[in-house]
Design a protein around this ligand. Structure first.
Ligand code: SF4
Ligand code: SF4
Length: 158
């Protein structure tokens, strides 16, 4: 570039103009960013978030426990004499810390008692905060609609 070319470049700031042109072009386009956490994102219907377990409908069959590749679930059925009338587990443990969110425990559950939710904020301060027992297991009936039917892929009725 000769001296005149360099002089013209100095006085017209072509890079600046190019940058402003790009900015102007994107100003007119719709926004693609979200104002999280002020605005909650709309997640896909089949998002596999935090597991929820409804102990009241659980029949202690242990299908979820056997299906889990990570050994996150431990189900202890009640004593035989109690089981005849009340099949709810004596103990139910879920280690969400090792959970892969694979959904393999959800599919075989005959009662729909274990299912994913749309909760995705799983960061905790203490490891223990991701260990759940019967009393502390997350459960929210409203989230059950996100349990999709394996064969039909439609929401189950509440
Ligand atoms: S989602 Fe997968 S890894 Fe997590 S508890 Fe269920 S089977 Fe185990
Ligand atoms: S598969 Fe369902 S019913 Fe069976 S133990 Fe697990 S949560 Fe309970």
């Amino acid at each position: 570039m000769n001296a005149i070319g360099r002089f013209l470049q100095m006085v017209t700031f072509p890079e600046l103009l190019k940058g402003m042109a790009i900015t102007t072009k994107y100003l007119a386009k719709p926004k693609v960013t979200e104002s999280y956490p002020d605005a909650r994102p709309v997640l896909p219907y089949r998002t596999k978030g935090r597991l929820h377990v409804e102990i009241e409908t659980c029949i202690s069959c242990r299908m979820c426990e056997k299906a889990c590749p990570e050994g996150c679930i431990r189900v202890y059925p009640p004593p035989k004499e109690v089981f005849k009338t009340d099949k709810r587990p004596a103990e139910f443990y879920l280690n969400q810390e090792h959970c892969l969110h694979c959904g393999l425990c959800v599919d075989p559950c005959p009662t729909g008692s274990i299912h994913h939710s749309q909760e995705f904020e799983l960061a905790v301060v203490h490891y223990d905060d991701l260990l759940f027992d019967k009393e502390t297991l997350p459960y929210d009936l409203d989230q059950k609609r996100f349990r999709w039917n394996l064969l039909e892929n439609v929401p189950v009725k509440k």
